[in-house]
Design a protein around this ligand. Structure first.
Ligand SMILES: Nc1ncnc2c1ncn2[C@@H]1O[C@H](COP(=O)(O)OP(=O)(O)O)[C@@H](O)[C@H]1O
Ligand SMILES: O=P(O)(O)OC[C@H]1O[C@](O)(COP(=O)(O)O)[C@@H](O)[C@@H]1O
Ligand SMILES: [Mg+2]
Length: 514
């Protein structure tokens, strides 16, 4: 008996999902058929049907791979009719060689694999499908933006609106103002290509945003009352968790509502996707602050510049801004514990650089060294409305520590220049490449929702847009791996201490001392 499924044969749209959804038990409990299954625990909890496994019939046993699929409206509305995709008649798309993404196209999570190992996890490729599950004239879509700002949000809003309208002829699009709570506490804004035409040139979000206020029942009641059937949710990890709950509730109520998440975070802390939109813009803008710090400190005696950049738990902006600049002497990130005193410590490094060059620049991510600051400030643990821990300000703390040390202990006063450009960076419009990236994300979300996919997050995986189960992007945070080559490249470029010397015991003691 052959239960393996070929992804390479031509089959009608959704045959893959149908077969998989019909047979998960068979696939799961039939090890003799050579099916390879990897089921992350959080995914199995959140959506048992969304994670499936299959084996290519024409591949060898070692070529097993896993498809982590996204839900489809027909999973809980099996009789939903489908229609030919209007893009078939579109001037733009009709000349494309393969104008529709094959239902069998998948994107590999790992592109570097060893030949004897399994092929690993795959996601469904994003893009337009041959059949859609909405008549354009019956679509009532809405867009909401939640969480902190990030360059490019307005471009995503614009491209969702223009994509729905220009590609599919959707006319009825609503903007939910002020984040999740806007669903039940505010009037909606009418969105059309004319209204959003110029918004990509501005920073911030045209729809305003907020933290907190996620009430699944009130939100879904509102979606139902307003007759909304496509929900586009732009936001970070917290927002995507909220989107997963909305999807679950929609499914429970059996509503024909597609829920699409577009991942947003300036910190680049969302897992699975290559990188988040606005990140490149932020790294570029950070150069201006670093340049300013460098100009200031090289013009004075013993100049020490500190630039604080965003990054709650992930130091990506600091790491990339440092790598891009070459004017940074030391980069401190939350993932890499550091210490001030003693051999191999920050003070020793600063003194050495001042003696060699007369100045230095330090870039510090805002989430760095929180435990040190907390030990001295004795501040109570505070949280924002979404439940995110409020950070203590490491910038002034570090500036004071360095000033005190060099003035008092070393009798070598330093000229401290501290720059905090965090909100200035976050508030700018996205650059050209982020604008293009935002367009791909928005179009991917629109194509996915029109094709009836739901409960998904869209994003690039190895440079190909993919539909990713929401639980997969929220189950862990993306952080800088100190054992990866990128951090090694940074250490090699700055020549800063790694703070993890061979004498680990001494290092631990130093950390405890602070
Ligand atoms: N675990 C969660 N479940 C449901 N909603 C959440 C959850 N975490 C955050 N949210 C909601 O998502 C929105 C944005 O979350 P927040 O953490 O502030 O920003 P971000 O989405 O950028 O991480 C808020 O309205 C918040 O109430
Ligand atoms: O806007 P707020 O509430 O001051 O929050 C600042 C935080 O927002 C961020 O810019 C982004 O966080 P989110 O992606 O969770 O919204 C963090 O880097 C920063 O710590
Ligand atoms: Mg977040």
């Amino acid at each position: 008996m052959d239960v393996s499924i070929s992804l390479s044969t031509t089959r009608p749209p959704f045959s893959l999902s149908r077969q998989l959804f019909l047979r998960p038990r068979l696939l799961r409990f039939s090890p003799n058929f050579g099916v390879f299954l990897r089921k992350p625990p959080s995914i199995s909890r959140q959506n048992k049907l969304a994670v499936t496994a299959l084996q290519l019939s024409n591949q060898t046993q070692n070529d097993d791979f896993v498809l982590e699929d996204v839900p489809h409206l027909t999973n809980f509305l099996p009789d939903l009719p489908s229609y030919p995709n209007p893009l078939q008649k579109s001037q733009a798309y009709s000349i494309v060689k393969r104008n529709f993404v094959s239902p069998d196209d998948v994107v590999a999570q790992n592109v570097v694999i060893q030949k004897e190992n399994p092929r690993g996890v795959h996601f469904r490729r994003a893009g337009p499908r041959e059949k859609v599950f909405f008549k354009p004239e019956e679509v009532r879509a809405c867009v909401v933006t939640c969480g902190g700002l990030c360059p490019g949000i307005n471009t995503v809003i614009r491209e969702i609106v223009c994509g729905l309208n220009n590609m599919y002829g959707v006319q009825d699009i609503l903007g939910i103002e002020g984040g999740y709570k806007g669903f039940y506490s505010k009037n909606t804004k009418i969105l059309n290509p004319k209204v959003v035409n110029d918004i990509h040139k501005r920073g911030g979000t045209f729809l305003c945003t907020s933290r907190g206020g996620h009430d699944t029942h009130k939100i879904v009641d509102n979606i139902e009352d307003r007759g909304i059937n496509q929900v586009y949710i732009i936001g970070g990890d917290g927002t995507q968790r909220g989107a997963a709950l909305i999807y679950e509730e929609v499914k429970k109520r059996g509503l024909q509502v597609a829920v699409a998440g577009i991942p947003k975070t300036i910190d680049n802390d969302i897992a699975v996707i290559d990188k988040s939109f606005g990140f490149d813009t932020a790294v570029e803008e950070a150069q201006r602050a670093i340049n300013a710090a460098h100009v200031e400190v090289e013009s004075v005696e013993n100049g020490v510049g500190i630039v604080k950049l965003m990054g709650r738990y992930s130091g990506f902006i600091a790491m990339y801004a440092t790598l891009a600049s070459r004017d940074v002497d030391c980069c401190l990130i939350p993932e890499s514990p550091f210490y001030l005193e003693g051999r191999g410590g920050l003070f020793e490094f600063i003194e050495q650089r001042l003696k060699e060059n007369g100045h230095l620049v330090i870039v510090v991510a805002e989430g760095t060294g929180q435990e040190y600051v907390a030990a001295e400030v004795h501040a109570a643990d505070k949280k924002d409305a979404s439940g995110n821990k409020l950070l203590l300000d490491v910038g002034p703390w570090l500036s004071d520590k360095i000033k005190d040390h060099f003035t008092m202990s070393r009798k070598m006063p330093v000229n401290m220049k501290y720059i905090d450009p965090t909100y200035m960076i976050r508030a700018i419009p996205s650059n050209a490449s982020d604008n293009i990236y935002c367009t791909l994300l928005a179009h991917g979300a629109v194509h996915g929702a029109m094709a009836g996919y739901t409960g998904f997050t869209v994003g690039p995986v190895n440079s190909k847009q993919a539909y990713i189960p929401i639980a997969r992007v929220t189950e862990r945070q993306n952080t800088v791996k100190l054992t990866d080559r990128m951090w090694a490249r940074l250490l090699a470029s700055t020549n800063q201490p790694s703070f993890i010397g061979s004498d680990q015991e001494r290092v631990d003691k130093e950390i405890l001392k602070i």
